[in-house]
Design a protein around this ligand. Structure first.
Ligand SMILES: *[C@@H]1O[C@H](CO)[C@@H](O)[C@H](O)[C@H]1NC(C)=O
Ligand SMILES: *[C@@H]1O[C@H](CO)[C@@H](O)[C@H](O)[C@H]1NC(C)=O
Ligand SMILES: *[C@@H]1O[C@H](CO)[C@@H](O)[C@H](O)[C@H]1NC(C)=O
Ligand SMILES: *[C@@H]1O[C@H](CO)[C@@H](O)[C@H](O)[C@H]1NC(C)=O
Ligand SMILES: *[C@@H]1O[C@H](CO)[C@@H](O)[C@H](O)[C@H]1NC(C)=O
Ligand SMILES: *[C@@H]1O[C@H](CO)[C@@H](O)[C@H](O)[C@H]1NC(C)=O
Ligand SMILES: [Ca+2]
Ligand SMILES: [Ca+2]
Ligand SMILES: [Ca+2]
Length: 852
């Protein structure tokens, strides 16, 4: 066990007033209090008069000063520009690494002198020039000639209104090759030759708050890791208003490799962030990444430099301080991150350099694939992430892969399989100077042109899939060719366009056929009518007219402004027992109730980590579903799932706690594992607890599984952390829209005999129309039940556990417990629905018994 594991000590969330155990307090609070300490009453009266007189005098003086400086002289604004340039007529010396060496000073003086003369040639900027300083030098091996790269900062004091002129003149993009040195070259021998000058204004986020960063310099050693940590890591959170730079250098001919092992910063990159540069100066053009939030442990973010330098910056604002990071860096030979080559044989894999770490900037790789003659080549991308925010996908102007004259970029590929019409294929990859990602992992196969998919189904795009997936309603080929020319089965809808879709997708508001066949005859209202939640139809004109025309009040919900209305089962009841007409107002960031109670207890339901990887598949990551619980009974082991709703209470299914061969209703038979990821592996984030009591719902019906819900109280409270965190409970009026997607998770023990997944599994499912579900299932669906069916293709493992959560992601921010896995096919088989206990029906019961 790692005693320095920060993940288990801090909860990266805003402090809340709930009873959620450990909280993370912003370190700035105490400071603020000190600053605003008020004098006591007596002191106050005594010095009050004196202060008044002083204030008048001060005001006069201040006024005079303001007049003097403000009106007599135009206001000047300090502006800083940073840049880099290459010096082509000086060899690189090792001493340049040390800013205190005389060699450094000498060259820096020369550069500053020359920059001064450069600016003096531009009359528009020269009058504002204050001076330059060289921050660092690095070497740059270029066609076997060793050059020096200088990183500098220039300061200007610009009159107000003139900033844009100066910005325009001082923002210099890299010079094109032809114009090399034109502006700087001089006949004099002694003068430095400059090339590739890049400069621009410094980020205002930084220059406003901070003057200069606190600096650390390190030089890498081969085969050795040097550790870098944010201040206080892991015992205390980083301090507020931190600005630190780590200069990382490697030997000549090596690259710097930086890996983050732990990473937990504030969620919002405008507040706290790290930035990695492929340079020693913080030049945006050489930025490799900007990161914030928390990343999964054991999935290090790894960056590789292009040359032998890298710069890491940490910036934090005044509040919400998080644990921070631990990173290691080392040096790797330059060619370790080389790529491309000749690929032969019948199959093989290839990937971007440094995969699954981030690829280096400014790299070009070419793979020439050659398979035996008379066979063709097929390339399949297993993962793909070359995304640049703000770049439109089709253009692929920055980083891209090119094959068959087709450019691919972004993070979502339409077709993952691309094939050739010959026995060779050329795949090239290039990255530009800034912002890098994980890249791709690809496989190539040789195939017989006459029989590309022996024994399997051949998609139009040459992908091969299991014959069982043909005509099952899911687009497994990714070009829909497995769903063409099908004869639909009894369990399917025959769409007018002749596609077949599972019947469970009928009348759920999602057009699955593509021509809306599955959404017709669903008792909808006419076009000019509004469909009430009780399925009545009222004229559109009667919506939001202040009168309940539907009979259930649904025509008066969500009418723009929030107002207090008579309480119905559809309205949200505030703590003060007044009801409002906004649907799902809880924890949406706006105080909608008069008493603000809709925004109380909102620490729940957030996943702690971000992923640096594009993931598919059904395995989860540690900490991905921190409310998932594994309930064990000796000697069987895992038998049911449950969900954490507070540091003391769990929700599970009533049928899990009925006496059978074992006295499941007795608290002592159970062992509760919280924060568990892999069965049989007790991780550092795992906590085992016994139970104090079990409360099955008094109206649980063994025959119909109606009211299949139970509460469990832990013997003692658990500390909440990144691996153990409560899911939000929906209020009674919360709407989970039919057709929306939800997640089921579990180890799948109870359903399929003999099958037990070791790693927690997940599957995306979709809420099914209950009327439709009732027709599909052999047993009745009561109002206390909710149906859902597998959404994504390719899922056929058993993911759900009885008692486990059905998690709904609201507005992309937090998860709500929509259901408890009850009966039907919780195993998430295609074409089969699972039935869940509808948690909204039990909100009041849960509150009464647990206080949550
Ligand atoms: C350079 O010198 C200053 C003071 O002379 C010292 O504080 C600093 O640590 C030195 N820097 C290095 C990299 O040696
Ligand atoms: C100068 O540094 C800031 C970061 O401090 C960066 O945002 C800005 O883009 C840099 N200038 C250039 C030309 O890259
Ligand atoms: C350095 O750290 C990386 C990342 O955790 C690790 O993979 C590597 O084995 C370490 N190398 C040494 C020599 O400790
Ligand atoms: C790749 O080729 C080898 C023989 O070269 C074969 O044994 C293996 O099954 C092939 N793998 C795939 C996934 O086709
Ligand atoms: C559910 O389906 C039935 C028809 O089977 C339809 O009348 C009803 O409107 C649907 N419910 C919703 C909310 O779409
Ligand atoms: C969803 O979240 C965004 C911010 O992430 C917020 O602006 C918006 O109002 C939210 N919408 C709802 C319906 O809660
Ligand atoms: Ca299919
Ligand atoms: Ca549908
Ligand atoms: Ca609200």
């Amino acid at each position: 066990m790692d005693p320095l594991d920060a993940g288990t000590r801090y909860s990266p969330r805003a402090p809340a007033d709930s009873d959620l155990g450990e909280h993370f307090l912003p370190a700035s609070d105490s400071k603020k209090l000190e600053k605003h300490r008020k004098p006591t009453k007596k002191e106050g009266i005594g010095i009050g008069v004196g202060l008044l007189v002083m204030a008048v005098v001060l005001a006069l003086i201040t006024g005079l000063l303001v007049w003097h400086f403000h009106l007599r002289r135009a206001e000047k604004i300090k502006k800083k520009y940073n840049g880099s340039l290459k010096i082509t007529n000086e060899p690189y010396l090792d001493d340049y690494e040390d800013p205190n060496s005389s060699a450094f000073q000498e060259l820096a003086d020369k550069v500053v002198l020359q920059l001064k003369s450069f600016y003096s040639k531009n009359p528009r900027v020269s009058k504002y020039y204050m001076g330059s300083s060289v921050l660092a030098f690095s070497d740059d091996l270029d066609e076997n000639q060793e050059n020096v790269v200088a990183y500098y900062r220039s300061e200007f004091e610009v009159s107000q209104g003139q900033e844009s002129v100066v910005d325009g003149d001082l923002t210099i993009k890299e010079e094109p090759e032809q114009s090399k040195s034109r502006a700087f070259a001089s006949p004099e021998e002694n003068i430095l030759k400059f090339e590739n000058m890049v400069s621009g204004v410094e980020d205002s986020r930084l220059t406003k708050t901070f003057e200069n960063p606190q600096k650390h310099s390190h030089h890498a050693q081969s085969g050795k890791n040097i550790t870098l940590e944010s201040p206080g890591f892991p015992d205390s959170p980083y301090p507020p208003n931190t600005f630190i730079e780590w200069e990382l250098r490697a030997d000549h001919g090596f690259r710097v490799m930086l890996s983050f092992l732990k990473f937990s910063l504030e969620e919002d990159c405008r507040k706290d962030f790290i930035k990695v540069y492929n340079s020693l100066a913080p030049i945006e053009e050489k930025a490799l990444a900007e990161k914030c939030g928390s990343y999964y442990p054991n999935e290090p973010l790894t960056f590789v430099s292009s040359r032998n330098v890298m710069l890491l910056r940490l910036l934090t604002d005044q509040d919400k301080n998080f644990p921070g990071f631990r990173a290691v860096f080392t040096q790797i030979p330059k060619d370790l991150a080389a790529c491309g080559g000749e690929l032969t044989g019948l199959n093989g894999t290839f990937q971007t350099p440094n995969y699954p770490g981030y690829y280096p900037a400014s790299i070009k790789c070419v793979w020439n694939i050659e398979v035996p003659v008379e066979k063709y080549v097929k390339v399949e991308f297993k993962t793909f992430d070359l995304s640049e925010p703000g770049v439109r996908r089709r253009e692929c102007l920055k980083d891209y892969v090119e094959l068959n004259d087709q450019k691919l970029c972004g993070s979502k590929l339409k077709t993952k399989v691309i094939s050739s019409n010959s026995n060779t294929m050329r795949v090239s990859f290039r990255s530009d100077k800034s912002y890098v990602y994980q890249g791709f992992l690809a496989e190539f196969y040789a195939f017989e042109p006459s029989n590309p998919c022996p024994g399997t189904f051949k998609c139009f795009n040459n992908k091969c899939i299991s014959p069982l997936l043909e005509c099952d309603g899911w687009d497994d080929c990714e070009d829909n060719s497995d769903e063409k020319h099908c004869t639909c089965s009894d369990s399917q809808i025959t769409c007018k366009n002749s596609l077949c879709k599972p019947k469970m997708w009928q009348c759920d508001g999602v057009d699955d056929c593509g021509d809306n066949t599955d959404e017709e005859n669903c008792g909808q209202c006419k076009e000019e009518e509004f469909t009430c939640l009780n399925n009545h139809c009222v004229s559109n004109r009667k919506m939001c007219n202040g009168k309940d025309d539907c009979g259930d009040g649904s025509d008066e919900l969500d009418c723009g402004g929030v107002s207090i209305v008579p309480c119905t089962s559809l309205t949200h009841r505030c703590k003060n027992d007044k009801c409002i007409n906004k649907q799902n107002p809880e924890c949406d960031g706006t105080e909608d109730c008069e008493d603000g109670s809709d925004e109380d207890n909102c620490a729940c339901g957030k996943k702690p980590y971000k992923s640096s990887r594009i993931v598919g598949g059904t395995d989860t990551r540690e900490g991905e579903w921190p409310w998932q619980v594994s309930l064990h009974v000796e000697p069987k082991g895992h038998v049911c799932g449950a969900s954490v709703i507070s540091n003391r209470w769990l929700v599970t299914a009533a049928h899990c706690v009925q006496d059978r061969d074992i006295r499941y209703s007795s608290p002592d038979v159970w062992d509760v594992y919280l924060g568990l990821h892999i069965q049989q592996v007790i991780g550092t984030g795992t906590v085992k607890r016994k139970l104090k009591q079990i409360i099955p719902h008094p109206k649980y019906n063994k025959e119909t599984f109606d009211n299949d819900i139970a509460l469990m109280e832990l013997e003692s409270a658990v500390p909440l952390n990144n691996n153990i965190w409560p899911i939000c409970l929906p209020t009674a009026s919360y709407k989970f829209p039919i057709g929306s997607s939800v997640w089921i998770t579990g180890w799948g023990a109870t359903r399929e005999a003999g099958f037990l997944a070791h790693v927690l599994q997940k599957a995306e499912v979709r809420i099914i129309n209950s009327t439709v579900c009732g027709k599909l299932m052999s047993d009745p669906i009561t109002p206390q039940m909710l149906c859902a069916g597998v959404l994504s293709g390719g899922v056929d493992a058993c993911q759900g556990d009885s008692g486990g959560p059905l998690s709904y992601l609201a507005n992309n921010t937090r998860y709500y417990l929509a259901g408890v896995v009850s009966w039907g096919d919780g195993c998430a088989h295609r074409n089969k629905a699972g039935v869940y206990t509808r948690v909204t029906r039990f909100r009041r019961w849960i509150k009464e018994l647990t206080g949550v």
